[in-house]
Each structure stands twice: as structure tokens, then as C-alpha cells.
Design a protein around this ligand. Structure first.
Ligand code: ADE
Ligand code: ZN
Length: 319
């Protein structure tokens, strides 16, 4: 039985398994540029973040209708339940859909129709985190935030993702301030491929309450001390870091160093369909390749609830 945990860094579009991609392509009359499921899986060999993002955005073309977004989320929740997930804060990338003619209502209503029954069907509480694509203009992010206003009761936070290097957090200062005004929490990918200075910017300019990835904080001792003192959580994704070559092998992953430095570290799957495993598979990988013991895994699971945006009653029930 997988240890109960929260998942705080999961891109719903990154849970699209090849089998479901082909099924949705058929349903929508789309021909994928891959001969079959095996050929598609064979394409999952990445050299860096951008090489992954190219395929990630290409495959999203199969997501067209509310039913498609429903089926995507339902498939994730089914797998997550089997991995011990009891709470999930789920990223989605509206601009990746509206930019190809799929409306925001279609995306959110489709996802919500699965999330609405998640507690009864899977014993998983959920919320959505609306991510801005950092390689698109800040004005487009602001338009997306404004368009999302009718859906805010389903959205707990805003996030920042996509190609990091060359797209520093400072570009989104105004958008994150507007999100805070609307009562949304704030998180941001920083220090995945980008430098430690991007983590400082996410904290100081965006008001980020969690840093997604953040592993490059280790290059700045002052930043490590700051993260330890403030207990701003990191949502670390070990399989992702290896598959996107931010880290050479799992045995070289800096997660133990982050824990030893006193940081509030959590373990997450990022884009599990593409990176070889869901969240509990990541926990197991850490056990096997880094020798983490049961007590350390329990600490990581406890951290995942502590770092969540859960209301206090549900957090107490889960801790
Ligand atoms: N979008 C989906 N996965 C991502 C990642 N690991 N980093 C940045 N943007 C992403
Ligand atoms: Zn991510």
C-alpha cells in the first residue's frame, strides 16, 4: 500500500498516456504524426526541457472537447489513487489550448467534471492551478487571468511554466500582483534549468509561496539559508530532472542535500506519462537509488500535506 501523500506538481497535460492520445485522436478524427503507441513512446527521449516541451505541446492537439479533458483528468485520478495520492493540486496550461482554438470554458468545465467527483470516487481532494506560459508575452498571461475570473472558485493558485531560460519571473510581476488581488495563491517554476537568481525573483517579485523544482538553489548558499529559514516549500520532481537532463542520474539527485539543508522538500511527478512514472514511483526510485529510508519517505509525505494549500480541517484529517 502506497504511503498517503499530496501531489503538488503535476501538469494534467503531462499525464496524457500514449494509449489515451491515440484514443482521443481517433475520436476527434485526427491523424497523429506517430505510427502507433510504441513509436510514440520511443519518441520520449529528451535532451533538455525544450525537447520535451515540443512533444508535450504537439500531443495536446488531441484534446478538443470537454469529454477529452474529462477523460484526461479521470485517467490521472485513477492512477493517482493507486499511488496513495489523497490530495492533488493540478496545473493546467490554458494558453496551450486557447492558442489553438479550444475555449477556456471547454478546458475548465471538462477538467472540473472529473474533479467534482474525485473525493467520492477516488478519495482525492483537488484544486486547479492555472499556469501562465512564460515563453508567451505577459499581456497574454494577463488576458488569460482576466478570462478565468468566472472560474475562480475552482482555481486555488496561479503558476508559471514552460521554457524557463530567457523568461525570468520578473516578466510576470504585474500579472502575479493582479492574481494576488483576486485572492489567488502563487507558485512558480524556478531553478529547474534557470539560475538561482530566478528563484529569488519568484520569491521577491512574484510573491511565490512554493517554488516548483528549485533544485538550482544549491548554487547560492544565501538562498538555501533563506529557504530553510522561511520554509518556502520546493516541489521537487526527481524522474523529471533525470529525463530532462537537469541531473545525470537518480543516484546523483540533490534531494538528500536539500533535505539535509533543512528545506521543506516534497516529491512529485511533473509529467508522469513522459518521465517514466507517477508520484509513488518517484518515492520508490529515491528509496532504491538514493537509499532513502522509511522515515525519510514519511517525512516527504508529511511535507506534501504541510506544503499544500489545503484548508486546515482537511490538512489535519490527512496529516
Ligand atoms: N510544463 C510541463 N512540464 C514542465 C516542466 N517540467 N517545466 C516547465 N514547464 C513545464
Ligand atoms: Zn512542472
Amino acid at each position: 500500500m502506497a504511503i498517503p501523500k499530496a501531489e503538488l506538481h503535476i501538469h494534467i497535460e503531462g499525464t496524457l498516456e500514449p494509449e489515451l492520445a491515440f484514443h482521443l485522436a481517433d475520436r476527434n478524427g485526427i491523424t497523429l504524426p506517430h505510427t502507433d503507441v510504441h513509436a510514440l513512446r520511443d519518441a520520449y527521449s529528451f535532451t533538455d526541457l525544450q525537447s520535451f516541451l515540443n512533444l508535450y505541446y504537439e500531443l495536446m492537439d488531441v484534446l478538443r472537447t470537454e469529454a477529452d479533458f474529462h477523460d484526461l483528468a479521470e485517467a490521472y485520478l485513477t492512477r493517482a489513487a493507486a499511488q496513495g495520492v489523497r490530495h492533488a493540486e493540478i496545473f493546467f496550461d490554458p494558453q496551450a489550448h486557447t492558442g489553438r482554438g479550444v475555449s477556456l470554458d471547454t478546458v475548465i468545465n471538462g477538467l472540473a467534471s472529473a474533479l467534482d467527483t474525485s473525493l467520492e470516487r477516488h478519495n482525492i481532494s483537488t484544486s486547479l492551478i492555472l499556469c501562465f506560459l512564460r515563453d508567451r508575452p505577459a499581456t497574454e498571461a494577463m488576458d488569460t487571468l482576466m478570462a478565468a475570473r468566472p472560474h475562480l472558485e475552482r482555481i486555488s493558485a496561479v503558476g508559471l511554466d514552460s521554457a524557463e531560460v530567457g523568461n525570468p519571473p520578473e516578466k510576470f510581476t504585474e500579472v502575479f500582483a493582479a492574481a494576488a488581488e483576486l485572492g489567488l495563491r502563487r507558485v512558480a517554476h524556478a531553478g529547474e534549468e534557470g539560475p538561482a537568481s530566478y528563484i529569488w525573483q519568484a520569491l521577491n517579485l512574484l510573491g511565490a509561496e512554493r517554488i516548483d523544482h528549485g533544485i538550482r538553489c544549491l548554487e547560492d548558499p544565501e538562498l538555501v539559508s533563506h529557504l530553510a529559514a522561511t520554509q518556502v516549500p520546493l516541489t521537487v520532481c526527481p524522474f523529471s530532472n533525470v529525463r530532462l537532463r537537469a541531473v545525470a542520474t537518480l543516484a546523483d539527485h540533490p534531494l538528500p542535500a536539500l533535505m539535509e539543508a533543512g528545506l521543506l522538500v516534497t516529491v512529485n511527478s511533473d509529467d508522469p506519462s513522459y518521465f517514466g512514472g507517477y508520484v509513488h514511483d518517484n518515492y520508490r526510485g529515491l528509496q532504491e537509488h538514493l537509499g532513502l529510508d522509511t522515515e525519510q519517505l514519511r517525512t516527504l509525505a508529511r511535507n506534501s500535506f504541510t506544503a499544500s494549500f489545503l484548508p486546515p480541517e482537511r490538512r489535519r484529517a490527512l496529516l
